[in-house]
Write a protein that binds this ligand. Structure first.
Ligand code: ATP
Ligand code: MG
Length: 254
């Protein structure tokens, strides 16, 4: 691992990159996952690498929606296992959600490495690994449609951080309420999900855990109101305006 001095102007971003690179070297992250991170970084730059107002709104709605769920499942891929395995386990424990390993580029060895990482971070039960409980999600090609009968197939609410658009659409078609973290407000995932948190997952996941704790005492109708008052399309538009304003501030002669 390269040593990044704290004083480096891009230290935080480089540290996140390092997590991905060690995740790749340790067999958690796919090559394509490194590219996905790059696309995310570009959008993070446009956001000013901070959690904006629209992301905070989406986080609160997501917390309410997860607390309202009968059967919430968090889907974990290689990038998530490399970036924030401990936080995923904490979130699952906080809201009593199940964790399912669900890879875009299927690879048994990589899946086992992800399972090991999650276990090391304190979870016992991990779905998506047992051949006897395989089920399929309709509407996407064969390798990418495997889900767990006892996990995503049975879930009412699925949290799919850094997901691909095809799968998000298939999950919506299957009647799931989809929550995602995606730095790109224009991606198909962002546009298709019920609740899109446009923020770096590494910043937003702790805020989501805090928000779940904070509003967990509210009654169902108060939680339902938070969800009802949230409009994803509107929030994404506001996010794009946030980016535009951020860029205008930086364009000195605009
Ligand atoms: P879509 O398939 O939804 O249209 P895409 O094909 O552009 O999106 P994918 O590789 O399928 O991109 O999905 C990965 C998504 O994850 C990208 O939109 C990327 O911006 C986002 N992303 C990457 N790293 C992070 C991160 N650390 N936090 C949040 N989002 C991220
Ligand atoms: Mg995609």
């Amino acid at each position: 691992m390269t040593l990044i001095p704290k004083s480096h102007p891009r230290a935080k971003s480089l540290l996140i990159r390092e997590k991905l690179v060690s995740g790749f070297e340790n067999g958690l992250v796919a090559k394509e996952g490194l590219l996905a991170q790059g696309r995310g970084e570009a959008f993070d730059y446009l956001l000013g690498e901070k959690t904006g107002r629209t992301a905070r709104k989406a986080i609160k709605a997501a917390a309410a929606q997860i607390l309202l769920a009968d059967f919430p499942v968090i889907s974990v891929n290689g990038n998530i296992a490399a970036l924030c395995p401990r936080e995923i386990v904490t979130l699952a424990k906080t809201v009593n959600a199940k964790i399912e390993v669900n890879l875009f580029y299927t690879d048994e060895k990589r899946k086992q490495n992800i399972v090991k990482t999650l276990k090391k971070n304190g979870t016992k039960e991990i779905l998506g690994v047992n051949n006897s409980s395989k089920a399929t999600l309709r509407g996407i090609d064969s390798a990418r449609r495997i889900i767990d009968k006892n996990g995503i197939l049975s879930a009412d609410v699925v949290v799919v951080p850094l997901e691909d658009g095809d799968r998000t659409m298939a999950l919506r078609k299957a009647g799931k309420i989809v929550i995602t973290f995606d730095l790109n407000p224009f991606s198909r995932t962002s546009q298709t999900a019920n609740i899109t948190i446009v923020d770096n997952v590494i910043r937003a996941i702790d805020l989501l855990i805090d928000s779940c704790k904070k509003i967990s005492k509210k009654n169902r109708s108060a939680l339902q109101k938070i969800v009802k008052d949230f409009d994803n399309k509107r929030n994404l538009s506001e996010n794009i305006i946030e980016i535009k304003n951020n860029l205008s501030r930086r364009a000195q002669f605009a």
